[in-house]
Design a protein around this ligand. Sequence first.
Ligand SMILES: C[S@@+](CC[C@H](N)C(=O)[O-])C[C@H]1O[C@@H](n2cnc3c(N)ncnc32)[C@H](O)[C@@H]1O
Length: 366
Amino acid sequence: MKNYVEMAMDFDSMSEKMPTNDNVDLIIKKIHTISNYYIGHKERIFSDIVKILNDNNVVSNTVLDLFSGSGAVSYGFKLLNKTVISNDLLKFCHINSFVFLDKNRTELTDSDKDFLFDPSLDTNIRGIVSQFYSDKFTRNECVFLDNYFSRAMSFQDEYKRYYSIFSILQYLIRKCFVGGRLYKKQIIARMEHRIDHAMNCGHELQFHKYINWTKFSCDSNVNDISYNYDVFSCLDKLKNIDIDLCYIDPPYGGMQSDYALMYEFCEDYVRNCRTRNDMDFIKKSNMFIGNNIDVYRRNFCDMVDRMSFIPTLLFSYNSSSWAKIDDIIECIKVFRSDVKVKEITYSYGHRKSNSNKNIEYLILAR
Ligand SMILES: C[S@@+](CC[C@H](N)C(=O)[O-])C[C@H]1O[C@@H](n2cnc3c(N)ncnc32)[C@H](O)[C@@H]1O
């Protein structure tokens, strides 16, 4: 049985048509199973993405999701039966997309899950969590998380390793990113604040009970792939590949753009090292954080220039990005002759006043 939503075929042009609204609703429901807490994720505008492509008859058999983050958009395109190439600088984001796209999904068995949680196997290893995160996790939590990591890494199968890490991080982000506010510019809250929060009612994390072992079904093919490069290395690697469409959702250069810092715990955990000491990684993660607009603009123009081998580009930006939308469009027009913009207005659920209405833009460039 096929696990993706059927496309309609236009027999005159022999090209596929974009799916109907009903199909997109079904896809949105499937994407929703990710329970996405990633800052700046685009699950909520996925139907707008499909609509703008549909309205403009964009061919999109192979899609590159260049800044994939949570992987929600990659997963959505996969459910539309596209060939999907996903990329993000953060390794934990690469793992998200890997879990959605890998064609050899070897699910964890019950005994694999028992193995991951077996306290009799715990050792006194002082891993990354015990060494550097005792302000964010209790002693028990540190011991558990370090042991879980080492056991997850002991699986021979790559999908099992990544799926174990993906599942624990989903749980941690859900439980420890409380109240929408960042702690020291990071998403994992201070330990006491998190434990006292209504979401946790004074309890430590209860890993064994509450991890969601969600299954992500879609029919992947050999060309679906998740990369873990900076944007320039990724484009360089792909320049001889036929790609129809690139979706570009970089950090917007506003307040919450430093993803390496916001998600430092997740990245340290999956890399099993202190990423702040990796100067090459930090340099790459600073390309689009917006503290220096000239640097952002230069990197942005350089990136668009390097995408000349891709016929259609679709950008996401909003009204509090590194530059005004007209300015961003002018930058794109240097490289593309046909540029269209669609405005999407919505309110942030967790904010109260109307003044927090944000305008999200989709910019289609050919
Ligand atoms: C707005 S988020 C993308 C959200 C994603 N579209 C989603 O739906 O979840 C921007 C992403 O860009 C990534 N990023 C930042 N700098 C990068 C770089 N130099 N190269 C590649 N990815 C980068 C961040 O790690 C972050 O995940």
